[in-house]
Design a protein around this ligand. Structure first.
Ligand SMILES: Cc1ncc(COP(=O)(O)O)c(C=O)c1O
Ligand SMILES: N[C@@H](CCSC[C@H](N)C(=O)O)C(=O)O
Length: 454
């Protein structure tokens, strides 16, 4: 909602911790501080009642007409029953029943007591980082989504936040920089686009031991709650770009934040209400609809991704995908996740060759983003990660030629045929009587053992 706090006002003051007047008297039966929605989907109290695929589609309906899907409350204002106000909803920036329904559903799916829905994944990170104060320190990775890197750079240049970029694949590298000034440790796994794996439980324990006040934040966009639940691995806050797998059709922008500490939830709600970044009713409806098919989409997308990753690897390319046994952190990934996701990257060692491959593809749209039912192909250094300057990309060992595939739900044989044709047309392979194999420098990379820090 921006779900108003249980004992708090949606209107007042500049101190998020101050008790405020407007009370949401109907606190959820299970004690969650969420107002009712017309068709409440109950958040869990630390355990799910059914398998996740079931919970994704299951909602308890209390709609007056028995509507099977949540109505879109396309209203900015809500009339009050008395002059002193005090009804559950007054103004959509402060709270809207469609948004609340989605938030309750997401809290249940993510095993959280509080979920908040905002206008984009970056909006979610903005809300989270407003918990910081000047002088606070943030520790994060050296392979990060470009937009995340951009926001952190802004905070460090303009807001007095000290940001440390370290190799988060090594728990010890993170531990070395934790101090009493550390307010947040921000992790992505698998990283975008180098597909490095980060040990969430190891880092959470090490950070909390060293500084119990430091918050461990995980961006779970690459896996979705279907495949991983960082809150169960020791994270304090998890967020996702709902633009990706959660909605699944690339027709909305959205962000979801989940946590289990009510005080942190209230502070983030305060920011959402104050800044007006809560998800619109229409987009909340679309995200709710998308989430219901997450299990079936993810199952098909990652099965396709696995076959494409194996296809590329057996034809001599260096592929980064946690579903491949050759991934140097295969065991670590599978100790935390229920699947490998549907994003993989591969290298050609030649930027112009990569461009030709990308431009030859027909079924794969040349596009940023991932998690959509359609397959996509991109060159991260030119597209999604172009906001990281070339010097920093080089320092962080991001290969300029890297190609990212975000696999959709199409027929996998069509996807492999289209990729094969693109590789041949681009001149990326040597054709023999036995088939084809990566040509030139790409073949050298393919035979070199993949390392976690390359
Ligand atoms: C890993 C990751 N986190 C966060 C975001 C930000 O999400 P959004 O585009 O919805 O703001 C993106 C992509 O944009 C992403 O790839
Ligand atoms: N022009 C956008 C790029 C968005 S990238 C989206 C997605 N996270 C991805 O990794 O493809 C920007 O500047 O943010």
């Amino acid at each position: 909602m921006s779900t108003p706090p249980a004992n708090g006002s949606s209107s007042g003051g500049d101190d998020a911790t101050k008790p405020i007047n407007k009370a949401f008297s109907k606190v959820d039966l299970e004690g969650h501080n969420l107002p009712p929605s017309p068709a409440p989907s109950s958040p869990s109290n630390g355990h799910r009642r059914y398998a996740l695929a079931t919970e994704l589609v299951y909602t308890e309906s209390k709609d007056q007409y028995g509507a099977s899907s949540i109505p879109i409350y396309q209203s900015a204002t809500f009339k009050q029953t008395s002059a002193s106000g005090g009804n559950e909803y007054d103004y959509t920036r402060s709270g809207n029943p469609t948004r609340t329904h989605l938030e309750r559903h997401m809290a249940k799916i993510m095993n959280a007591t509080r979920a908040l829905a905002v206008g984009s994944g970056m909006g979610a990170l903005d809300v989270i980082t407003r918990l910081l104060r000047p002088g606070d320190e943030v520790i994060t990775g050296d392979d990060l989504y470009g937009g995340t890197n951009r926001l952190l750079t802004y905070l460090s240049s303009n807001q007095g936040i000290v940001v440390h970029h370290v190799d988060t694949t090594e728990v010890e590298r993170v531990r070395e920089v934790v101090s009493d000034k550390t307010a947040m440790v921000l992790l992505e796994t698998p990283t975008n686009p180098l597909i490095k794996i980060v040990d969430i439980p190891g880092i959470a324990k090490s950070v909390h031991d060293a500084n119990p006040k430091a918050l461990v934040i995980v961006d779970n966009t690459m896996l979705s709650p279907m495949l991983c639940n960082p809150l169960e691995l020791g994270a304090d806050i998890v967020y996702e770009s709902g633009t990706k797998y959660l909605s699944g059709h690339h027709d909305i922008m959205a962000g979801i934040i989940a946590c289990n500490d009510p005080a942190i939830g209230d502070k983030m709600y305060f920011t959402i209400n104050s800044t007006g970044c809560g998800l619109s009713p229409n987009d909340a409806f679309l995200l709710m609809r998308g989430v219901k098919t997450l299990a079936i989409r993810m199952e098909k997308q990652q099965a396709n991704a696995q076959m494409i990753a194996e296809f590329l690897e057996t034809h001599g390319f260096r592929v980064r995908y946690p579903g491949l046994k050759s991934h140097p952190q295969y065991d670590l990934h599978w100790s935390m996740a229920r699947g490998a996701g549907a994003v993989l990257s591969f290298e050609t060692a030649d930027v112009a060759l990569s461009e030709r491959i990308v431009e030859a593809a027909k079924l794969y749209g040349i596009s940023v983003s991932f998690g959509c039912v359609n397959s996509l192909i991109s060159m991260p250094c030119r597209m999604s990660h172009a906001s990281i300057d070339a010097k920093t990309r080089k320092e962080r060992q991001m290969p300029e030629d890297i190609i990212r595939l975000c696999v959709g739900i199409e027929d996998v044989n069509d996807l492999i045929d289209d990729l094969s044709r693109s590789l041949v047309q681009a001149g990326a392979v040597t054709i023999t009587l036995d088939g084809f194999h990566a040509a030139g420098p790409a073949a050298q990379l393919g035979t070199a053992p993949a390392s976690s820090d390359a």
